[in-house]
Design a protein around this ligand. Structure first.
Ligand code: NOJ
Length: 744
C-alpha cells in the first residue's frame, strides 16, 4: 500500500479537532493556571480531585475509617466531582461548600446522565437513531445541553457509543443500534451538540463517550457480563463510534464494566493508554463507571480495594466514580511507591484543566441558579422534540393503506400505554417531570377532536385488568379503527433490563386477540426500547408503527404520523429478528465458507437453521412510508480507481406514490476479496432525501479510501486493492448494484 495513502488514513483517524489539547494559546494559559494551582495542593487534595461522589444522602466510609457524608468529603478537599445532584439548589449548596469551606476552594464539576434530553425528553436513543437525521440529533443534544446547564449540570454521561446486536440487552435503548458507520455519525453529532465549539460558553457541557469499550457485546445479552471478541472484530465493528466521538473532540470517556481480553476495562492498560491515549490521541479525562474500580475485586483481578485502585491508576484512569478506593488508598500507594506522584499529577492536571475550560474557576455558579426558570421547556425546543419524535417512528406494516387515517374515523385508542404520561419517557430521565409529557390520547384528541377518540387501558403491561378486555372490545365495536398500544414499559429499558424473551407480554396478546375478533382494522403502536419479536402481532394487525418511548412530545408526534400530516420516514437501526433464536442477528454479518445462497437453498451442510430462515423479520434500514420510492440507473462513475482515490456512485430515486415523502437513501459496500474475512455488506453512505410526489432526483455518493479500509492481516487500518460491490437502495437488502475496482 502506498505510504501516502496510509498516512492520509491514519491522519484522518487520529487528528482530533483539538477543541482540547495543549497547543492553543488559550490552553497554554489554562495549563499555566493549573500548574500554579497544583503547586499549592497536597497529595491528598490532588487525589481528591480524582474522586467523584454521589449527591445521594448515603454515607460513605471515609479514608480514616470514619463515617462521612459527601459534604464532609468536599470540606476536606476529597471530592472533585459529583453526580446525581438533582436540583439547581442542591448544586449551589454543594458548590458553596467547595468554594467556601474547603482549603483551596476548587469548584466541583457536576455530572448527570442526560441521555435523551433533560427536562424536555426526546425519544430513547435507539428511537432517535431511527430518524437517520444527523442534524436533528445534533440539535437534540444541543437542547439537552442547554437545559442541563441551566439546571447546574456541566457534564453529561453521553453519548453511549456501544454498538450492539443484542436485543436481549436492555441498554440497546441508549445506543444507536448495530451499525458502526451510522453509529459514528451519530456519536460525533451528539458530541458537537453537547460541546459546541467552545466549552466556555455557559450553554455547552462536557460530553462523555461511553462505555469504553465493547460494553454492547455482553455474553448472552446479560448486562454487566463478560465480553470476549477478537481485536480485529473490535476494531472493525465496535471501535468506530468511540473513535468518531473522540475525533469530534469529546472531553471525557467512561470505562465500561466489562472485561476485555480478560482484563476489566477500568484496569486495562491497552484500552486506556495504548489505544485511547497513544493511538487515538485522546486528550481529555477518563472516568470509571459507577463503582467499576472496586468491582475489579469481583472480577477477581484485585484482592482488595487497594489493588483495584492501583490497577486503575496504572491504566491512567483519571476519575473514580463513587467507590472510595482512590481517596482511601491513593496516598498509601504513593508512599509505598506503587504509584508515582507523577501519575497522580498527570491525572489531576487533566481534571483541573477541564474545570478551567468550562469557566468554573472564574464563574463557579455559571451553571444552575435561576437559569432553568427561563431556559427549560422553550416552545421552540418542544417543537424540535416533536419533530425528532415523529421522525423516529418506524412504520413496519401498512396493509390496505390503513394509515394514514382519513380523519373522519371514530378511533378506539387502547392499551397500557395509551394514556400513560410516565410511560412516554423511557430510561434515564433524572430531570423529567412526567406531568409535562403529552400522552397519545391527548395528541390524538387534539388532532381528531375530543369526541372522536375514546380511550381504554384494557390491561397492564404484564397483567390483565378485571373487565379490561370487555371494555376494550366494546370501545372497538363502536369505533371505525383501533389503535392498540403494545410493548414494554420504561422499566424494561436501560441498565439491568436484560430479557430472554423479546415477545410482547401475554396479557397484551390476550387483549389483541379479543380486539382482532371484532373485525375492526387494528393499528399496533409498538412502545419499546429494543427490537422485538412481533410475529404474533403482525399476523393480527393491519398496520404496525414502532413509536419507541417517544418522550415529552409523544402525543402530538403520534398524531402527526397517523394523520398523515407527517409522512413516516424512520428506518430501523437494529434488525428485528424472526425470533430470539436468531439473536445475535445483524445485516453486516461475516461471510461463511458454506453460505446458504437463497431461500430455496435447502442443502443440508450449509450455514442455516433447520426450521427457521436465516433472514430476520425486518432488516436493518427498513421502514415504510405513505408513498413509494423507486430506484434506477445506478452508475459507478469511477469504475476503476487507484488506492487513495475516492469512488463516486450515483443513482436515480423517484417518489412513485401519491404524496410527498422522505426517503433514506442507503449505500452498502462489499469488499469482494480481502486479506481477512469481511462482512457481507456494510453501510457506507446515506442521505435523507425529500421528494415531492412524482419527483425524481439523482443522488451522488462518494466512497472514500477510509470507507474502504479495515483492520488488515498486517494489523493496520488500511485499504487493499481489488474488486468491490456497491448497492444503493431502500434498506440493507438493496439489490440495485454495481462494481468497481481499486488498482494497486
Ligand atoms: C452506570 C451506567 O452504566 C452509566 O451509563 C452511567 O453513566 C453511570 N451509572 C452514572 O449514572
Amino acid at each position: 500500500m502506498r505510504l501516502i495513502t496510509k498516512l492520509l488514513i491514519v491522519a484522518a483517524l487520529c487528528s482530533t479537532l483539538t477543541v482540547f489539547g495543549s497547543t492553543s494559546d488559550a490552553d497554554k494559559a489554562i495549563y499555566k493556571r493549573v500548574d500554579a494551582l497544583m503547586k499549592k495542593m497536597t497529595l491528598q487534595e490532588k487525589i481528591g480531585q480524582l474522586q467523584q461522589l454521589t449527591g445521594r444522602k448515603s454515607e460513605i466510609t471515609g479514608p480514616a475509617g470514619e463515617k462521612m457524608n459527601t459534604a464532609e468529603f468536599i470540606r476536606r478537599g476529597l471530592c472533585g466531582s459529583m453526580l446525581g445532584v438533582k436540583t439547581a439548589k442542591d448544586v449551589a449548596y454543594y458548590q458553596n461548600i467547595a468554594l467556601n469551606e474547603s482549603r483551596l476552594g476548587i469548584p466541583i464539576l457536576f455530572g448527570y446522565d442526560i441521555i435523551h434530553g433533560c427536562r424536555i425528553i426526546f425519544p430513547e436513543n435507539l428511537g432517535i437513531s431511527s430518524s437517520w437525521d444527523i442534524a436533528a440529533i445534533e440539535k437534540s443534544a444541543q437542547i439537552a445541553a442547554r437545559e442541563a446547564a441551566s439546571m447546574g449540570i456541566a457534564w453529561t454521561f453521553s453519548p453511549m457509543c456501544d454498538i450492539s446486536t443484542e436485543p436481549r440487552w436492555g441498554r440497546v435503548s441508549e445506543g444507536s443500534g448495530e451499525d458502526p458507520y451510522l453509529g459514528a455519525k451519530i456519536a460525533e453529532a451528539m458530541v458537537r451538540g453537547y460541546q459546541g465549539d467552545d466549552l466556555s460558553d455557559p450553554n455547552t457541557i462536557l460530553a462523555c463517550v461511553k462505555h469504553f469499550a465493547a460494553y454492547g457485546a455482553p455474553q448472552a445479552g446479560r448486562d454487566y457480563h463478560t465480553v470476549d471478541m477478537s481485536r480485529r472484530m473490535f476494531r472493525d465493528r465496535y471501535l468506530p463510534p468511540y473513535r468518531a466521538a473522540i475525533k469530534a473532540g469529546a472531553a471525557t470517556i467512561m470505562t465500561s464494566f466489562n472485561d476485555f481480553e480478560g482484563v476489566p476495562a477500568t484496569g486495562n492498560k491497552w484500552l486506556m493508554r495504548d489505544l485511547l491515549r497513544d493511538e487515538l490521541g485522546f486528550t481529555g479525562f477518563i472516568v470509571t463507571d459507577w463503582g467499576a474500580t472496586d468491582e475489579m475485586r469481583n472480577h477477581g483481578v484485585a484482592a482488595n480495594g487497594k489493588e483495584a485502585a492501583k490497577l486503575a491508576f496504572d491504566a491512567h484512569v483519571n476519575m473514580n466514580m463513587v467507590d472510595a478506593d482512590y481517596i482511601k488508598y491513593g496516598e498509601e500507594l504513593v508512599k509505598e511507591k506503587q504509584v508515582s506522584v507523577k501519575t497522580i499529577d498527570l491525572l489531576c492536571r487533566e481534571v483541573l484543566a477541564m474545570k478551567f475550560r468550562l469557566g468554573l474557576f472564574d464563574e463557579p455558579h455559571r451553571y444552575g441558579g435561576d437559569r432553568y426558570k427561563s431556559e427549560t421547556y422553550l416552545p421552540e425546543n418542544l417543537e424540535v422534540a416533536r419533530d425528532v419524535a415523529r421522525k423516529s417512528m418506524v412504520l413496519l406494516e401498512n396493509h390496505n393503506a390503513t394509515l394514514p387515517l382519513k380523519g373522519s374515523e371514530r378511533i378506539a385508542l387502547i392499551g397500557p400505554f395509551a394514556n400513560n404520561r410516565k410511560e412516554m419517557s423511557g430510561a434515564w430521565i433524572g430531570f423529567c417531570e412526567h406531568n409535562r409529557s403529552t400522552t397519545y390520547l391527548e395528541g390524538l384528541q387534539a388532532r381528531f377532536g375530543k369526541d372522536n377518540v375514546v380511550c381504554v387501558e384494557g390491561c397492564k403491561p404484564f397483567s390483565a385488568i378485571e373487565g379490561g378486555i370487555a371494555e376494550a372490545v366494546a370501545a372497538a365495536q363502536n369505533a371505525d379503527v383501533v389503535l392498540l398500544t403494545m410493548g414494554l414499559p420504561n422499566s424494561c429499558s436501560g441498565e439491568a433490563t436484560s430479557l430472554t424473551s423479546i415477545e410482547v407480554p401475554q396479557a397484551q396478546r390476550d387483549l389483541l386477540d379479543a380486539l382482532d375478533n371484532t373485525g375492526k382494522p387494528i393499528v399496533v403502536l409498538l412502545v419499546t426500547g429494543r427490537p422485538m419479536d412481533v410475529g404474533y402481532e403482525v399476523e393480527r394487525a393491519d398496520a404496525l408503527l414502532v413509536t419507541w418511548h417517544a418522550g415529552t412530545m409523544a402525543g402530538p408526534a403520534l398524531a402527526d404520523v397517523v394523520s398523515g400530516d407527517f409522512n413516516p420516514a424512520g428506518r430501523l437501526t437494529m434488525t428485528f429478528p424472526l425470533n430470539i433464536g436468531q439473536v445475535p442477528i445483524h445485516y453486516n454479518m461475516k461471510r461463511t465458507g458454506r453460505p446458504r445462497r437463497s431461500l430455496e437453498h435447502t442443502q443440508k451442510y450449509t450455514s442455516r437453521y433447520m426450521f427457521t430462515p436465516n433472514e430476520p423479520r425486518y432488516a436493518f434500514g427498513y421502514g415504510l412510508s405513505y408513498t413509494t420510492f423507486d430506484y434506477s440507473d445506478l452508475r459507478v462513475l469511477t469504475p476503476e480507481v487507484a488506492m487513495g482515490e475516492s469512488v463516486r456512485v450515483s443513482v436515480k430515486v423517484r417518489n412513485s406514490g401519491k404524496c410527498d415523502g422522505t426517503e433514506v437513501v442507503q449505500l452498502y459496500l462489499r469488499d469482494d476479496v480481502a486479506s481477512t474475512t469481511r462482512p457481507m455488506r456494510e453501510l457506507k453512505g446515506f442521505e435523507r432525501v425529500e421528494l415531492r410526489a412524482g419527483e425524481e432526483r439523482r443522488i451522488e455518493f462518494e466512497i472514500t479510501p477510509e470507507d474502504m479500509s479495515f483492520w488488515t492481516i498486517n494489523e493496520e487500518f488500511a485499504q487493499e486493492p481489488g474488486s468491490f460491490h456497491v448497492w444503493v437502495g431502500h434498506d440493507s437488502n438493496a439489490t440495485l448494484g454495481g462494481e468497481f475496482a481499486v488498482r494497486k
